[in-house]
Structure formats: C-alpha cells, structure tokens
Write a protein of this length. Structure first.
Length: 187
C-alpha cells in the first residue's frame, strides 16, 4: 500500500508518472529500471473541497457535487478516469474527536511506560483538547501539536527539573481561565 497525501499539491510531472502506474501497473525510472506496481494499492488523499464537506447547510448530495466540481477542475480527466473510486469522508464527530484524544494520550503514556510515568487528563481537559485540536479544514491534525505544547512540554520541563520522577501519575486539567491545560497534581 502506498499513500500519496495531499496529492493535489504534487508537481504536474508526478501526474504523468501516475498515469503510467495506473495504466500499466509499472513505473520506469530515469535509469530504465522498472518497478512493478501490479500488487500495490495506491491511496491518494486531498483536501480539495473540504470546506463544502464541513458546511452543515448543504445536503449530502450538494456537498458531493460541489467537491466533485472542485476535483474536476484540479485534475485532468485522463487522471480521474483511471481512479477506481473517489471516497469522501464526513467531518469528524464529537465522539470521533474524543476517541482521537484518547488514542493520542495512550501514545504519550506508551512513550512514558519505561519510566512508569502515567498521564491522566480530566474529562474537561480532554474536551478542551478535542475542541482546540480540531480545525474544520484540517480535521484533527492540529491535535498532535496541541498535545505537544500543552501536555508534553510541561511534562518534559517537570521531569527535567526533577519535579516528576519515575513511577508517578501526573494529572492535567483545564486552567482557571479556560485557555490551556495545567498540571493539577503529581502522585
């Protein structure tokens, strides 16, 4: 499986190469070597038209038509005709965002497992992360950076300063002004 993320940003020459891959199932490089793509699944992502998908006033049919109009303007017909399917994803729900926050917090805890340090975030803190880490156009991509800035950086400073040691649990909550996360307790 090969992922081509945000394919709309690729150089036009890339699409000529992709036409060969999609047509013949192979790619020939500049030295004449042939790479077999017959058993490869190509997945291409794009943010084209994502603003329409996030519009609650539009019907699903209108959203799909608007996105496809943008896609048709951005890509040549010969490229689009070689794609097996174009799949549009709905914006993330509140439940999706909560799950993504939990997945990222679990990732942080796995990284800290060798030091037996555990991170817990209050329900209000997890909700704050879900709200602040989401962008209607970019989805939950900003969440990882937000976790770095609000949880991991604070934690690193305290660990390096000796205020948090191996085997402790660090609990985070929302700051009193509601504009960030803070360490509420270390046990």
């Amino acid at each position: 499986m090969v992922l081509l993320d945000e394919v709309e940003k690729a150089h036009p020459d890339v699409f000529n190469i992709l036409l060969q891959v999609l047509d013949d199932g192979r790619l020939t490089d500049g030295q004449g070597r042939t790479i077999d793509f017959r058993n490869v699944i190509l997945i291409m992502t794009s943010n084209l038209g994502s603003n329409f998908l996030a519009d609650p006033a539009m019907s699903e049919k209108a959203k799909n038509e608007a996105v496809m109009n943008v896609v048709r303007k951005a890509f040549r017909p010969e490229f689009l005709n070689r794609l097996d399917e174009i799949v549009m994803f709905s914006p993330l729900s509140r439940e999706d965002l909560a799950a993504i926050v939990d997945i990222n917090l679990a990732r942080i805890n796995r990284r800290l497992a060798d030091r037996r340090i555990s991170v817990e975030v209050s329900d209000a803190g997890r909700q704050w992360l879900a709200n602040r880490g989401y962008d209607p156009v970019y989805g939950a991509r900003p969440l990882r950076r937000l976790l770095q800035n609000t949880v991991e950086d604070q934690l690193a400073r305290k660990v390096l300063g000796g205020e948090i040691t191996d085997g402790q649990t660090v609990q985070f909550g929302v700051t009193p002004d509601g504009d960030g996360l803070q360490i509420e307790s270390v046990q």
